[in-house]
Ligand binder design. Structure first.
Ligand code: PGA
Length: 252
């Protein structure tokens, strides 16, 4: 079901499968509209189903990735690209390895960079040189992070190095053998980098995200809930499953 609330267009789907289809259709429509556009991609458990649908659509010749340029939101630091937990590896495994994308046009922060500060600066410059991001896909952390912009006293503006929250390390430990193996730091696009995107798609799945989904849309705009800043963006689409939308449903 489609709702409009303030600057948000909100789709509530029955389950993860239909959420993934809806999100993929929205992305596919954007790729058709801007065949050589600049697309921001996200990692995490949430977009995996969406990426599967995009792979199917690409196989069926319904969408063409060959001209697009991509920038991923974040990457652990330090991490080797060959590490199966790196986001570089994740994107190959879950999308880029299976579609007709031009691999020279893929950008992911370099977890192997020697100098992290210049990697952050270079990444931000590459986005600016490409003309900014046309369409940014986001997931959300249980603590409200977008990218790895963790709750803080102030919004971090541009691409930066960040120490991960204990809650993020715990949440991400499900992908590792143990909590001890989860990297403790990362490189992430900043809040301003994300907010400068022309269009944003936020995907939220599962009952455990119902509180943070509500805070994002109806709470105060605060760096303590980084995603709340999306209330200030002019074009945000949110796709949720029914469980994640549970708390917000009475108000939209
Ligand atoms: P998840 O992560 O999709 O694995 O829940 C989302 C995020 O941390 O941005």
């Amino acid at each position: 079901m489609k709702h409009k609330y303030q600057n948000f267009t909100i789709y509530i789907e029955n389950d993860y499968e239909s959420l993934s289809h809806t999100a993929a259709k929205i992305i596919a429509a954007q790729i058709k509209e801007r065949p050589s556009g600049i697309f921001g991609f996200a990692t995490g458990g949430t977009p995996v189903g969406t990426y599967k649908c995009l792979i199917e659509m690409n196989k069926a010749n319904e969408i063409d990735f060959s001209q697009i340029t991509t920038f991923n939101l974040d990457e652990y630091y330090p991490i080797n690209k060959t590490n199966s937990q790196s986001y570089d590896f994740f994107m190959k495994e879950n999308l880029f390895g299976y579609v007709n994308i031009n691999h020279e046009k893929i950008h992911i922060p370099n977890g192997e960079a020697k100098d992290v500060a210049s990697e952050c600066e270079n990444y931000e410059c590459q986005i600016a040189d490409a003309g900014g991001i046309d369409f940014q896909i986001l997931g959300i952390g249980l603590n409200g992070h977008i990218g790895f912009n963790e709750p803080a006293e102030t919004f971090q503006t541009f691409t930066h190095y960040v120490s991960l929250d204990t809650t993020t390390i715990e949440a991400n430990s499900r992908f590792f053998e143990s909590v001890a193996e989860v990297p403790k730091s990362a490189i992430t696009m900043g809040i301003k980098t994300i907010m400068m995107s022309r269009r944003i798609l936020l995907i939220i799945n599962g009952a455990q995200k119902a509180d943070i989904a509500y805070e994002t849309v109806f709470g105060s705009i605060t760096p303590r809930v980084p995603a709340s800043v999306l209330q200030l963006h002019h074009d945000v689409t949110i796709v949720l499953d029914r469980e994640a939308a549970e708390k917000m449903l009475p108000r939209i």
